[in-house]
Design a protein around this ligand. Sequence first.
Ligand code: GAP
Length: 457
Amino acid sequence: MAEELTEYKGPATMEKITSLAKRRGFVFQSSEIYGGQNGAWDYGPMGIELKNRIAANWWKAMTQLHDEIVGLDAAILMHPRTWEASGHVENFTDPLVDCKKCKTRFRADMIPDENLANKTCPECGGELTDTRKFNLMFRTHIGPTEDNAGLIYLRPETAQGIYVNYKNIIQSNRMKIPFGIAQIGKAFRNEIVTKNFIFRTCEFEQMEMQYFVKPGTDVEWFNEWKKRRWAYYEKLGVKMDHLRWHQHGPDELAHYAKDAYDIQYLFPMGWRELEGVHNRTNYDLTRHTEYSGKDLQYIDQDNNNDRYIPFIIETSAGLTRTLLMLICDAYDEEKVADKGDADDWRTVLRFHPVVAPVTAAILPLMKKDGLAELAQDIRNELKEDFATDYDQAGAIGRRYRRQDEAGTPFCVTVDYQSKEDGTVTLRYRDSMEQIRVPRAELTEKIRQEIKQYKRKS
Ligand code: GAP
């Protein structure tokens, strides 16, 4: 087995990623004109396309490709008892310390042990307060008065919306164990530390799947889902030496988990959690039974009407965190000439074509002589099947670079020969290779290339 990487050695830095994301319309700071809102980000024209495609890819992998997994879109606002039952009101806390001198606030588990032991600030050496618990849930009120009767939380995970609907879904869709319910949606956490761009934010999106299994089969299913989620990233063309497993130690395990593994990714700032696979046992459904008074047992009609509370294996990935991971993973700088100027290098995002925000850019070599009209016509044809862009501004080399930096896998160039023989140039982002393809075969050719895509570097 290859030795595990200890540090990130690629060309990306978080500064470069943040700046490219803004320049190309992937991610903007929230409310930037007012100085920005900490912990919140806006997804621009390229960002929303990328996010939608990641979500669609995950949805397909988790629902369409599994006969026994169905989807759900539950409300963000849930009955407040949900969060008492789930244990979040009591346990969903971070340990917090403040520096009395410079007023910086830290998560106690994120500062060096000696600072915690000596109660000294890692920034200025000032005195730290005692550690206190801080609940990460956002609280607000529903209705016109701000009293406890209207207290409501923004959900800190999408999972609970699935648990409270599990009986509805069994009944409406005749689900039989083992089965799963998948959901993508917003979650909110009052995070104390939100650095590293969109890595940890107060408002984010999760892609979660809860798999309901018979008690006693949970360990087997847990291992199976670990395998499947690993294979998912492999299929997406992620650099596999940048992924590793991390098993939660007793001090890291969430209050609901019997066993938990994170898939960590080697970001420019180091190894960090990307997704969690958790064995949540029957904790959540047992607690909801207790708090709601409803019988949440599963009745196994194929086995003498055996009754039991299922165990749950959860796969929980951050959608916005996956987006950051995919930009970091795709980011490359490549020397393509030797003229001794800035044009020698290109920045390229090597996205898998299934997630690339734009699949094909159509570029007329010249605006004149009917080439622009022909290119527009080809674009109109391609956009029925693919996300397309059209660019006629500037030298063709510059336009290729712009598309490389946005991660567009295919460029279609329309030139004088196109007018004569009906062929166009298909240019590949990764290899920069160009081939001529008859216009009539273009859609099928691109479709095949997407299907066969294998990342080379
Ligand atoms: N339902 C289980 C659960 O929420 P988690 O480990 O707290 O587990 C799962 O979160 C995933 O959600 C993480 O692996 C991460 O990708 C994403 N995530 C969690 N907190 C986040 C935050 N503040 N900002 C962005 N993504 C976050």
